[in-house]
Each structure stands twice: as structure tokens, then as C-alpha cells.
Design a protein around this ligand. Structure first.
Ligand code: SAM
Length: 150
């Protein structure tokens, strides 16, 4: 389908992901926590933002699947003539090709975080890095919305 003109979300790539994969066909579809150790390089001025990251076993990584096409609303992952909606899939082909993985923290060295569990090509731009929400207890004082039930 024709792709709408992008709105400017104002994203800043804060780093680059280094993995063993240079070909999409070799890349895992989803990362595994026993997969190869990959490196997440953080660019300045964001390196100081890594302070405290080593206390989390699991991190959530958000990245921009920059080599993806962005124009499919229906896709056939099995190429069997059965089409599925883009938003019912984790395919890299989507209007905003954001990938997310929960990864195992291995170590921090300077501006580089070593992790296991990624599934992206070498050189993939990094959007964000945060503790897994399941492990993270909000540090800010509680607020009313924290306790609201549906
Ligand atoms: N784990 C993420 C998710 O669920 O949001 C990404 C899953 S996606 C199925 C992973 C696949 O995206 C890889 O197997 C590879 O084919 C493709 N891919 C990886 N890096 C890419 C990149 N930089 N640009 C485009 N496609 C990429």
C-alpha cells in the first residue's frame, strides 16, 4: 500500500547494536537468552545514562529495524497464501519498524553493554534501553494511578 508521509517523531538513535549477523536469513527470528553475546554501543552524550544498569538481570532493548520495508498491512509469513494483519505479527515489516527484545545482561564495559538474547542485524540503530518492567519497582513516590483498578 502507499506509505503515508512520516510524521517526525524526533527519534534520536542513542547507539548501535553489534551482532554476528549480517544477513537477514541467518538472523534468529527471536533472540534467545542462551544466544551469542552481542554488544550494545552507546553514543555520547548518553553514556552516563548507563549508571545503575548492571543491577538488572533482564533489560528491554528497543531498536529500529532499519532495513525493513514499511508498506505491508497484510503479510503471509508462511508464504502459503494466508494473509495476517501486520499488527497480529512480530514481523520486522511494519509501518514503524521498532523491534523489542528482553535480553540477559552480561556485563558493562565503558560505553558498551554486553547482552544475550538479540535477533537483529549488525549495525542496527538503538532507540532505547530500560530495565525489564517485571523487574523494575518504580523509584519515584507512589501516585494515585498506581493503585487504580479497572
Ligand atoms: N524481537 C523483535 C520483536 O519481536 O520486536 C524483532 C523480531 S523480527 C521477527 C527479527 C527479524 O528481523 C530477524 O530475523 C531479521 O530477519 C529481521 N531484522 C533484524 N535486524 C533487522 C534490521 N536492522 N532491519 C530489518 N530487518 C531486520
Amino acid at each position: 500500500m502507499p506509505v503515508p508521509v512520516p510524521d517526525d517523531a524526533g527519534l534520536t538513535f542513542i547507539g548501535k547494536i553489534h551482532t554476528p549477523w549480517t544477513d537477514r536469513m541467518e538472523c534468529p527470528r527471536q533472540g534467545r537468552k542462551d544466544g551469542p553475546v552481542c554488544r550494545i554501543e552507546i553514543f555520547e552524550p548518553w553514556v552516563a545514562g548507563l549508571k545503575g544498569i548492571e543491577q538488572y538481570e533482564t533489560l528491554e532493548v528497543l531498536y529500529w529495524l532499519d532495513k525493513s520495508r514499511r508498506d505491508l498491512v497484510l503479510q503471509s509469513p508462511k508464504s502459503d497464501g494466508e494473509a495476517r494483519g501486520t499488527f497480529s505479527l512480530r514481523s520486522p515489516v511494519r509501518p514503524n519498524p521498532i523491534g523489542t527484545s528482553l535480553v540477559k545482561f552480561v556485563k558493562l564495559e565503558g560505553n558498551t553493554v554486553f547482552v544475550q538474547g538479540l535477533d537483529c542485524l549488525d549495525g542496527t540503530p538503538l532507540i532505547d534501553l530500560k530495565p525489564d518492567h517485571c523487574n523494575f519497582t518504580p523509584l519515584a513516590p507512589p501516585q494515585k494511578g498506581d493503585f487504580e483498578t479497572a
